[in-house]
Design a protein. Structure first.
Length: 133
C-alpha cells in the first residue's frame, strides 16, 4: 500500500477519534514530544499530560457545539525521507443537524514509529468558523 493510502487511513481514524471527545482517543496519534502551532502560538508538548491539557478546551468547544461529524481529507502528501512524511489535511467538523461548526486546514510532519504514523508537528493553516457558532 502506498504512503498516500496509509496516511489517508491514518487521518480518517484521527478524524473519527475526535467524535469520542476525549483526549485519550487522540493521544495515540501523536509522537511525544511534539509541537503544535495554532492561533495561541507554539505549544511544546513534552508528555501526555501536556497533550491532554492542550486538547481539553478544543474538545469542550466541540462538545458544546454537539459534534457529530468530523471529515478529514488528505489534500497533499510528500515523503522524501524513509519513515517520515509531510501532509496537508482539511478537516470539517459538523453537528447532529449536519450544520458546519468549523473547518480548518493543518500541515503535519509525521514519523513512522513501529509501523504506525505519529504526528511530530502540527500547524494550523486556516480556520473558518460557521456563523452558527
Amino acid at each position: 500500500k502506498t504512503t498516500m493510502e496509509d496516511l489517508t487511513r491514518f487521518f480518517h481514524r484521527y478524524g473519527d477519534a475526535h467524535l469520542k471527545l476525549t483526549a485519550d482517543t487522540l493521544e495515540p496519534f501523536f509522537h511525544i514530544p511534539c509541537l503544535i502551532n495554532d492561533l495561541g502560538g507554539v505549544h511544546a508538548i513534552a508528555n501526555t499530560n501536556d497533550l491532554a491539557a492542550y486538547h481539553a478546551p478544543f474538545l469542550a468547544e466541540l462538545k458544546q457545539a454537539r459534534l457529530a461529524m468530523c471529515k478529514a481529507m488528505l489534500i497533499e502528501q510528500h515523503s522524501a525521507l524513509p519513515g517520515g512524511a509531510r501532509a496537508v489535511v482539511s478537516f470539517r467538523f459538523g453537528n447532529q443537524d449536519n450544520d458546519l461548526i468549523f473547518d480548518c486546514d493543518y500541515a503535519f510532519a509525521l514519523l513512522r514509529v513501529d509501523q504506525n504514523w505519529k504526528i511530530v508537528f502540527a500547524q494550523l493553516g486556516e480556520i473558518r468558523y460557521s456563523d452558527l457558532y
